[in-house]
Each structure stands twice: as structure tokens, then as C-alpha cells.
Design a protein around this ligand. Structure first.
Ligand SMILES: [Zn+2]
Length: 331
């Protein structure tokens, strides 16, 4: 009896040691290796959550793992890049993913899945029809803003970019050279930190809105005439601050949910087809997936008989930018 029990205990110990040895020797899953998309400030989604979790596991503070690449995540990425001999540009591309995977104890991810895809341009419409829409791109500048400008220009489509200034360094020479001397792309204010303004005091709202405006005017050399509150959240204080600063608030009519669908283009096109109407302001983001899909989005709109226009270049030109309906928070 006693011997049988001792034997059972012995086999349990052997099994436990064997299991531990297997576990320790098994290749550890490299979560960073699974997440290959290029990420930058303003990116949303599962890959950002993975990035935040990896950075937190390394003892940094990238903010909550909420899938939103905000200021805290950018600061943590910059620290990680600087301490791992990478170019500290806040852009999470193949090299940064590889360093993350290595630092997390995993393998080095496969390379080459995050290059820019080939371009496919729409037909420039020389004689735009009376039905027109306005394309808007939020949360830039980003590492791919220059590509967004090129894609729009090749399709002969104007747009408004609503920028956050906490990552204004992405408005680099390549971007600014493209924008200077052209009036087809307007830059609007989207606050410094992509703050949810309704939770802030008057002073904090002023800082978010007016510091961003000053920075944008310094960088672009142009007056900033338009303001879009992050998440579409605003109150009377927000409206007053924007108004006193000479900016009109611009909301949107069609929310493409491009941040949510990413590379799944079909639902984005369906939303546009369902909700577009003459004069509609269409909300998109300065994200790589959206830029890749943009030629198809433009073609879809042209096939529906729409042309493209822009907000007035000066407030006296008209009131196309009256506040539209506020959307639920987008995270
Ligand atoms: Zn935004």
C-alpha cells in the first residue's frame, strides 16, 4: 500500500518535471511577431493593444492597453526605440516589431509584410458633377501622410486633414514640401493630444485647442480656419473657444469606421454607398489601410455620380462647416 502510494507520488513528480522541461524549452509565442502592420500615432486596433502590452511587460508605461496609439504610447515607443538602437521616430515598422519580439523573448518576425502596396488611381474627373462631397482625414500627421497627399493628388481630389500636434514631427519636410504652395489640402485643428474635451476644464480645453492651432499655423504658415473635436465630443465651452479663435467646427455626415474595419474594405464602401448624399462631409483617418483603399473609395463615389470639393478657403466664403451631428465616442 505504502509502496504503491510512494510510487504514485514519484510518477507525479517525474511528470511535473517533464512538463516543466517541455514548457521551458518550447518556443515562446512572440505576440509582436504576429502583429505586423505599420503603426503610428492615431492607429487603432488589436495590433496597438499588442504593442501596448509588450511595452508594459518591459516595464514601460504606454498607457492603458486600449488599442489606441495616443501620446503615452508614442512616448513609450520613442523610449523603446532610443534604448534599442533604433531610429526614434515613433513609427512602429518591421524593425521596431522585430526588436519588440526579440526583447519579449520571442523569435524575430518575418519581414516584408508591411511595405506599401501598389497604387491604383481613380480617373481624374475633369468636369465634376453638381453632386459633391468633402473628404476629411483625422489624426495625422503620420509616417504615411506624404503618401496620402500623393494618392489624393493623383486622383485630383481635395481634402481636409484634421491634425493632432502631439506628433507634429510627422509633418516633416517630405509632407510640408507637398503641401506648400497648394490650396487643395486644408489643415484643421484636432487638438494637441486627441483629448476628449467634454471632460476638461475651460483652461485645459483652451490649451488643447489653441496650442494646437498655434503649432499648426507655425508649421504650415497658414491660418487654421477649422476645428474638429476628437470623438465628436464638444460642449458650449468648446464651441466658444473655437469661435473666439476664428475657427468653425466641422463634424461629419458619413462615418466610414475605417479605423475599425482596417483592411476590410467592403463594409467601408457599403457605409459610403448607403449614407452619402450631396454636400456630405466624409470622415476617414490618416491610416495606411485607408490610404491603400482610397482609390477604391474615390472610384465608388465617382461611380455614384459624385465629385469632390473642399471647405471654403476663408470663413467669409460661406458656411459649409456648420456643426453636424455628434457621433458616439470612437476608440
Ligand atoms: Zn480623431
Amino acid at each position: 500500500m505504502r509502496r504503491a502510494r510512494r510510487q504514485r507520488v514519484w510518477w507525479c513528480v517525474v511528470a511535473a518535471i517533464f512538463w516543466l522541461a517541455c514548457w521551458a524549452g518550447a518556443p515562446r509565442p512572440a505576440r509582436a511577431a504576429e502583429a505586423q502592420p505599420l503603426l503610428g500615432p492615431g492607429s487603432h486596433g488589436e495590433a496597438v493593444t499588442i504593442l501596448q502590452q509588450e511595452l508594459a511587460q518591459m516595464g514601460d508605461d504606454p498607457g492603458p492597453a486600449d488599442g489606441w496609439f495616443g501620446p503615452a504610447t508614442l512616448r513609450a515607443v520613442l523610449r523603446f526605440q532610443a534604448s534599442h538602437g533604433l531610429v526614434a521616430d515613433g513609427w512602429v515598422g518591421p524593425r521596431t516589431w522585430a526588436a519588440l519580439a526579440q526583447a519579449a523573448g520571442g523569435g524575430i518576425p518575418d519581414d516584408g509584410t508591411s511595405g506599401f502596396a501598389g497604387e491604383d488611381t481613380g480617373d481624374p474627373n475633369q468636369d465634376p458633377p453638381a453632386k459633391r462631397v468633402i473628404l476629411t482625414f483625422d489624426d495625422g500627421p503620420s509616417p504615411w501622410t506624404a503618401r496620402l497627399v500623393d494618392t489624393l493628388r493623383e486622383a485630383n481630389v481635395p481634402a481636409v486633414f484634421f491634425w493632432n500636434t502631439y506628433h507634429i514631427q510627422f509633418a516633416n519636410d517630405a509632407v510640408m514640401q507637398r503641401l506648400r504652395g497648394h490650396d487643395d489640402i486644408l489643415i484643421g485643428d484636432h487638438t494637441v493630444d486627441h483629448a476628449d474635451l467634454i471632460h476638461l476644464s475651460r483652461d485645459a480645453q483652451s490649451h488643447e485647442i489653441l496650442d494646437a492651432k498655434r503649432t499648426l499655423e507655425r508649421v504650415t504658415g497658414q491660418p487654421v480656419l477649422y476645428f474638429r473635436p476628437p470623438y465628436g465630443d464638444f460642449n458650449a465651452t468648446t464651441r466658444k473657444i473655437a469661435q473666439d479663435a476664428g475657427m468653425q467646427m466641422v463634424m461629419w455626415d458619413v462615418d466610414t469606421l475605417d479605423w475599425k474595419y482596417g483592411r476590410d474594405e467592403a463594409p467601408i464602401l457599403r457605409i459610403i454607398q448607403r449614407e452619402v448624399r450631396p454636400g456630405a462631409i466624409i470622415l476617414m483617418h490618416d491610416h495606411l489601410s485607408t490610404i491603400d483603399e482610397l482609390p477604391d473609395i474615390i472610384r465608388t463615389l465617382r461611380n455614384l455620380g459624385y465629385g469632390f470639393t473642399n471647405l471654403p478657403q476663408s470663413p467669409s466664403d460661406g458656411g459649409a462647416a456648420s456643426p453636424r451631428r455628434a457621433e458616439p465616442r470612437v476608440r
